[in-house]
Design a binder for this molecule. Structure first.
Ligand code: FES
Ligand code: FES
Length: 155
């Protein structure tokens, strides 16, 4: 076991865990930040996507020992009141079906728009292709990303 001081959603959290523990399980089991979901555990589905230093990252494959001082953002910390432009667009387009994949989808979309505020259809498809939705909400996801991009409120 080892102690880590993790910077998550603007706060510092101390955890005592095995260094090889994926950050996903630190978030979910030790810090009760259960918005980040477990899907495949092998970096194939995107359900566990968080931001590490602003980059969309699969949390199921990153050991806590590799995080260091890097800033983590989870779906709980994406915005204060759940009103990030991507979240607002998700509501407008009524994107989720069962909802299981949606935190990961939103985190991937938010990172995309941070780095590329006006993505083309090809940009959106290429970036989102790693996030699987068993309910098939892909059309609404794409429309919502376009709406969020047009909202002009992304910095
Ligand atoms: S649970 Fe991490 S990519 Fe599927
Ligand atoms: S909304 Fe059900 S898996 Fe995507």
């Amino acid at each position: 076991m080892a102690t880590y001081e993790l910077k998550i959603n603007g706060n510092t959290h101390s955890v005592d865990v095995d260094p090889s523990t994926p950050i996903l399980w630190v978030l979910r089991d030790h810090l009760q930040l259960v918005g980040t979901k477990f899907g495949c555990g092998i970096s194939q589905c995107g359900a566990c996507t968080i931001h590490v230093e602003g980059n969309a990252t699969r949390s199921c494959q990153i050991p806590v020992s590799a995080i260091g001082n890097k800033k983590i953002t989870t779906i709980e910390g994406l915005s204060k009141n759940g009103d990030h432009p991507v979240q607002q667009a998700w509501l407008e387009h009524d994107v989720p079906q069962c909802g299981y994949c949606q935190a990961g989808q939103i985190m991937t979309a938010a990172a995309l728009l941070d780095s590329n505020p006006n993505p083309t259809d090809e940009d959106i498809e290429a970036t989102m292709s790693g996030n699987i939705c068993r309910c098939g909400t892909y059309t609404r996801i794409k429309a919502a990303i376009k709406t969020a991009a047009k909202s002009g409120s992304l910095s």
